[in-house]
Design a protein around this ligand. Sequence first.
Ligand code: RM4
Ligand code: MN
Length: 388
Amino acid sequence: MTDLAAVKAALKQQRIELPSWAFGNSGTRFKVFAQPGVPRTPYEKLDDAAQVHRFTGVAPSVALHIPWDAVDDYDDLAKHAADQGVAVGTINANVFQDDDYKLGSVCHPDPRVRRKAVDHLLACVDVMDATGSRDLKLWFADGTNYPGQDSLRARQERLAEALAEVYERLGLSQRLLLEYKLFEPAFYSTDVPDWGTALVNCLALGERALVVVDTGHHAPGTNIEFIVAMLLRAGRLGGFDFNSRFYADDDLMVGAADPFQLFRIMHEVVQGGGYRPEAGIAFMLDQSHNIEPKIPGQIRSVMNAQEATAKALLVDAADLEAAQRAGDVLGANAVLMDAYDTDVRPLLAEVRREMGLDPDPMAAYARSGYAERVAAERVGGTQAGWGA
Ligand code: RM4
Ligand code: MN
């Protein structure tokens, strides 16, 4: 029997980090569609993120992307976040939108460009110092489009060298999270394409170097929960960038494409001890709301993550283990499916009520009038966007 009180307690202490870029305009390489009321500054992005936390109660931190969220005074930005009831979370470094980075950033063949990229990563650590952020998240667009274009091995040397310099600069309570992605924008080779490459690099750096699993960064059919189990075993799972994919790196709402996969991932997290706060795993969203309204898109995503987590917490671990040990294939599968097939929405509504929240965050946000208010207030200026 699963202990319902313990499940509820675990759901109340869940933490999901929101991406600042989810609140700005975004799109595909074909078109970025503007929406009314979109933030014009990093401050306004934090205001919007605070709404998601206000109605869900489990999203108290916001990841920044530098330079998209560059400001003059990071202390002041962190103070503004606190005033809104949220905190600045992970710092994401952007070394993929400058003309200099055409052939890569930290793996670029020209040492001048590599220096520029590493200097930006070091500047991101300065931002972390000012905001009190724990994690520096690195994703590199580096790779090649044509066989022979550059030496695959030399690029790995350059990558290792750059990462070592950044790792050295981190404070003892700061961590380096290395994210991998199968392909895109490079189409022939990518310098950090998979969890193996990310893990090998992290192992060489030290114990505060950890791998990030972006759920959208795998080939179709990849068993992501297996990767999660392996990284947890190795003590090197740093966090997740949650989103959904149907085809490539679609950045759709988590749990929208494959809620069963999300459940299986959360099951491995729970069974592997990764859900305990001491495990330090960062559960982040990395999404773009290109055609749907952004704040409700984030609220829905947080709710989807909560539902998958609730189901994973409902798995009867003792029954599952007994069936597994007995070699009871169908019995073990049934234990898992019983949890997955549970409608956890009433349980989550109860959890929210007990947290002093509205049981229906989507409806409560819609009623709040926030969307209408910011659409009226935020006229003039330049809307934030992901800069494509
Ligand atoms: C990348 C990767 C990074 C994200 C950028 C915007 O594909 O997922 O995590 O910061 O996109
Ligand atoms: Mn990501």
